[in-house]
Design a binder for this molecule. Structure first.
Ligand code: ARG
Length: 467
């Protein structure tokens, strides 16, 4: 634990006003990670207790020293938790801050803790434990978001709305079906979280600096004590691997992209022009100048957080790119990206869960929009295939004429007269009007995964068993 000799050099004239000394203050500033890696204190202490316990079990340190170490670490944990611990930049990072305090508390026995270990495997362990806990938190938050959508889907399995492609009215769907699309997306996100937990479930501690150690350590014992399925198999890879952080950022980015698409839909739906939903007061804000306004700020901020999270993924990929094996100090830059993304993602999921649960669905507006824009044109074409035996391409053509006629008359398809329709194709009967309503249209789409309320209810039931 080198101590900087800060009083020896004078500060740089160009930019050194705030520095007590020259280069070594800069060195301390660029080198120290304590300002952000103090977040890892609980993981660092857990890891050290497991390591010391194993060292004593293997006869590498004495039981008395181990007991002192464990007791000291427990004291430090409560000091940090109660805000009494003084972090020092001079001591660089969380690992050395804790070890230095341990030495003050218990004396020379503290020096035995770092036997058969390096900060390289130590930081890999602490960070992995942290990311694993974060993933577990994300898993349960996503389960909450999925549950919110399942409830809304159930409530609105029969609520018709326009379905869109190119953001142009395409075919009628149900709001329940649209909600279930998000259940699928967030369900995949949750599956990615679960895979990532599995991938990272190996303990780095005991890889030491990069080559392992000559001490007779038991890495299986520490792995088990720390809740991992076993130890990592290659000490070089262990200290140079940050895949677990990259996987977290990658899955967070995909999830954030999903959240941003939902955010965008909420922004669109809540405009007076669409008017499909009304956001609760709890998740919107007013304007300081325009009294009529209710702005979807939370949705907009979720949309923006996606930029931060995606940026973090690119940042860490770029840090890791081209690094030679094994550990390089570059890797210290992994933490802020992950911490920032974790905070942003948690906030975004929580805000979206609240918005989805609270928003009012304006079924009348959705229904009116569902019937406009010739949304049942495909139903007319399908009817011509089924009932009049036309090839689909011909049916498509006849329907195109019907749409053009309706457009010319300024009416909807269902408002065309039977005579007008028969002029386009004599096989058309008045039965056709039965399929031109939006309710008939959605009810007919019973293919697996289709929008018919009966199908949507089946998918809801399937997801309910999948938590
Ligand atoms: N603060 C460092 C980090 O976050 C800990 C590992 C330092 N190891 C070293 N050999 N300097 O990466």
């Amino acid at each position: 634990m080198a101590d900087g000799n800060s009083e020896t050099k004078s500060s740089n004239q160009m930019w050194g006003g705030r520095f007590a000394s020259g280069p070594d203050a800069i060195m301390e500033e660029i080198n120290a990670s304590i300002d952000f890696d103090k977040k890892l204190f609980a993981q660092d202490i857990r890891g050290s207790i497991a390591h010391a316990t194993m060292l004593a079990h293997q006869g590498i340190i004495s039981t008395e020293d181990k007991d002192k170490i464990v007791h000291g670490l427990d004291t430090i944990l409560s000091e940090i938790e109660s805000g009494q611990f003084e972090f020092s930049r001079r001591l660089e990072d969380i690992h050395m801050n804790i070890e230095a305090r341990l030495a003050t508390l218990i004396g020379p026995a503290a020096g035995r803790l770092h036997t058969a270990r390096s900060r390289n495997d130590q930081v890999a362990l602490d960070f992995r434990l942290w990311v694993k806990e974060e993933l577990q938190k994300c898993e349960s938050m996503l389960t909450g978001l999925i549950a919110a959508f399942l409830d809304r889907a159930e409530e609105h399995a029969d609520t018709v709305m326009p379905g869109f492609t190119h953001l142009q009215t395409a075919q009628p769907v149900t709001f329940g079906h649209h909600c279930m699309a998000y259940v699928e997306m967030f369900g995949r996100d949750r599956a990615r979280v679960r895979h990532a937990i599995e991938h990272m479930d190996e303990s780095p501690i005991g890889a030491a600096a990069l080559a392992g150690t000559g001490f007779p350590i038991d890495r299986h014992m520490t792995a088990k004590a720390l809740g991992f399925s076993g130890p990592t198999r290659n000490s070089i890879d262990t200290v140079s691997d940050r895949d677990f952080a990259l996987e977290f950022l990658a899955l967070a980015s995909i999830c954030a992209v999903h959240l941003s698409r939902l955010a965008e839909e909420i922004v669109i739906w809540s405009t007076p022009q669409f008017g499909f939903i009304r956001l609760s007061d709890a998740f919107s804000t007013g304007s300081s100048i325009m009294p009529q306004k209710k702005n979807p700020d939370a949705a907009e901020l979720v949309r923006a957080k996606t930029g931060r999270i995606n940026g973090s993924l690119i940042a860490l990929l770029t840090v890791m790119k081209g690094l030679p094996l094994a550990y390089s100090k570059d890797m210290q830059e992994d933490k802020e990206q992950v911490f920032d993304s974790a905070e942003s993602l948690e906030l975004a999921i929580a805000a979206m869960t609240g918005m989805v649960r609270d928003m009012t669905i304006r079924t009348d507006r959705m229904k009116a929009a569902a019937g406009s824009g010739y949304s049942t044109a495909t139903d007319l074409a399908d009817w011509l295939v089924r009932e009049a035996g036309l090839p689909f391409r011909d049916a498509h053509h006849v329907t195109g004429h019907a749409v053009a006629l309706a457009e010319k008359n300024g009416c909807e398809l269902a408002e065309l007269s039977l005579e007008d329709l028969q002029a386009l194709n004599p096989a058309i009967t008045d039965k056709v009007f039965g399929v031109l309503t939006v309710e008939a249209s959605v009810a007919s789409r019973t293919s697996f995964g289709g929008t018919a309320p009966s199908e949507v209810r089946k998918q809801i039931a399937w997801w309910r068993t999948r938590n």
